[in-house]
Design a protein around this ligand. Structure first.
Ligand SMILES: Nc1ncnc2c1ncn2[C@@H]1O[C@H](COP(=O)(O)OP(=O)(O)O)[C@@H](O)[C@H]1O
Ligand SMILES: N[C@@H](CC(=O)OP(=O)(O)O)C(=O)O
Length: 460
């Protein structure tokens, strides 16, 4: 069996859905398939904006709701020709829209929208889209079956980024997707044992596809998107970025962790576990082979594989002479941040142990500092820690590649190019695996940095 996934960018409207469905039906001629779909482009953002507005008592969410309803109507009109069928499909979608309207009205009344409610509201994007697409495929005379992933992906209750219970999930998937129908599975969502709706994190449908792939023991998971594969850098930033034929699971994980949006970082977890190749393909260029993400990727001639970046980060520097040789301070720093659920993207510590510097999203920086102030109050009073400095408006840039391992001169080449371009580097970190080297620059220099580094490694 093959598992395919189409993201929001591939299903923006009825015409794009038709293109995608022709790809699906073509593959279904020779393979048993399950197809994971995200919400239509922009719909998840739209749903979350409605939730925010309703929480604030801003009644304009109703206009957004009307726009969403229109979007669904237009899509049904564009896809289904027969009037009776059209009515039937729209009545299914209307049922969902009515439910959504009630929930939003409830949020407006109580002026409160918990993470749990947000997950439920966000789930409508995938549920609407998959109901629509399965009805469209059925209208073409094929045996499509809608599968709500809440039946098959079991998670804990960490709303917004739920943790998957793989053992239970794999069992449920194997049982539910054992027939010959074309299964149309909602991406992004799951549910707890009690049946409460959860989501796997923004852009999490790639992850859903890999989970489904591992559950059915797929021969391959194909992630269909709007670019030809994984490129050497974000093509919106680097015009001459090129498609990589193969990358390893580890490289893909690092690139996506450091911001390459083409694939969600968690996607590789189930794929590695069951050794299932992931192929990135372009909906607008289906005959192009794309990029294969596999355990042992073919080696290429460049010293690095790709460059990725995360803008909008802050650097927090925890400094103090007492940090030298006082055991446990680093542990207290990290547990303070973990307790406040701050996601640390990068850590760097000078060997003098005089300071630890951590990088997190700017939206979490204030929370991080107050957690540190609270937990390290004693160390501050005892002058073991002198201060927490925070620099905002920064960007992490990372170079990634298996070829970096054991190759001397990579850091020299990188910082020589960055230095010659007059770019100031705030912090540097390299994992002992030598699979990535990441550094922090001012956000306003982010794009220039990425272009400079791309030239330094791929043009030279
Ligand atoms: N290294 C990279 N290789 C390919 N695409 C990248 C890379 N870095 C960022 N991107 C961006 O990722 C986008 C695809 O991700 P996304 O918009 O989330 O697609 P989808 O809606 O299909 O999930 C591409 O259009 C591209 O601009
Ligand atoms: N619809 C969800 C999940 C997702 O994966 O979307 P996409 O495949 O369009 O990135 C989101 O917007 O976060």
């Amino acid at each position: 069996m093959k598992v395919l996934k189409f993201g929001g960018s591939s299903v923006a409207d009825a015409d794009r859905i038709k293109t995608v469905v022709s790809i699906v039906l073509d593959i279904a001629k020779t393979e048993r398939i399950a197809v994971v779909f995200s919400a239509m482009k922009g719909v998840t953002d739209m749903l979350l904006t409605m939730a925010d507005k309703a929480e604030k008592g801003d009644a304009s969410y109703r206009e957004d709701f009307a726009a969403l309803t229109d979007k669904q109507k237009t899509a049904v009109d564009g896809l289904i020709a027969d009037e009776k069928e059209k009515e039937e499909v729209f009545s299914v979608l209307s049922g969902l829209l009515d439910e959504l309207k009630d929930i939003l009205h409830g949020v407006e009344l109580v002026k409160e929208c918990s993470k749990r409610s947000k997950d439920l509201i966000a789930s409508f994007g995938e549920r609407l889209n998959c109901n629509l697409i399965s009805a469209y495929i059925k209208s073409l005379g094929y045996a499509a079956e809608y599968v709500d992933a809440r039946e098959i992906i079991r998670t804990d209750a960490s709303h917004g980024e739920a943790v998957v219970d793989f053992e239970t999930t794999y069992g449920l998937i194997e049982k539910r997707l054992s027939g010959d129908n074309i299964y149309i599975v909602t991406g992004f969502i799951g549910s707890t044992e009690e049946g409460v709706t959860t989501t796997l994190g923004r852009n999490g449908s790639d992850y859903s596809a890999a989970i489904v792939g591992a559950g059915v023991g797929a021969s391959e998971v194909e992630i269909w998107t709007d670019v030809d594969g994984v490129l050497s850098a974000d093509p919106r930033i680097v015009k001459d970025a090129f498609v990589l034929e193969e990358v390893s699971f580890a490289e893909a994980m690092e690139l996506s962790f450091f911001g390459a949006k083409v694939i969600h970082p968690y996607t590789m977890i189930p794929a590695v576990e069951k050794n299932i190749p992931i192929v990135i393909k372009n909906t607008m260029n289906p005959s192009y082979p794309g990029t294969r993400i596999v355990k042992d990727a073919k080696r290429h001639k460049w010293p690095i594989t790709g460059i990725a970046s995360i803008p909008g980060v802050s650097l927090i520097n925890i400094e103090g002479s007492g940090m030298m040789g006082t055991p446990g301070i680093a542990a207290r720093v990290f547990s303070a941040l973990a307790e406040s659920k701050i996601n640390i993207i990068m850590i760097s510590q000078a060997s003098s142990e005089h300071s630890i510097c951590i990088v997190c999203r700017s939206s979490e920086a204030r929370k991080a500092i107050s957690a540190l102030e609270k937990t390290l109050e004693y160390e501050k009073r005892a002058r073991l820690v002198s201060r927490f400095d925070c620099i905002n408006d920064l960007e992490i840039v990372a170079i990634v590649g298996e070829n970096m391992r054991g190759t001397p001169g990579i850091a020299g080449r990188l910082f020589d190019a960055v230095g010659k371009a007059g770019i100031n580097v705030h912090a540097i970190a390299q994992g002992s695996s030598e699979l990535n080297l990441s550094f922090v620059v001012d956000e306003k220099e982010g794009q220039k940095t990425i272009k400079t580094v791309h030239d330094a490694f791929f043009k030279a």
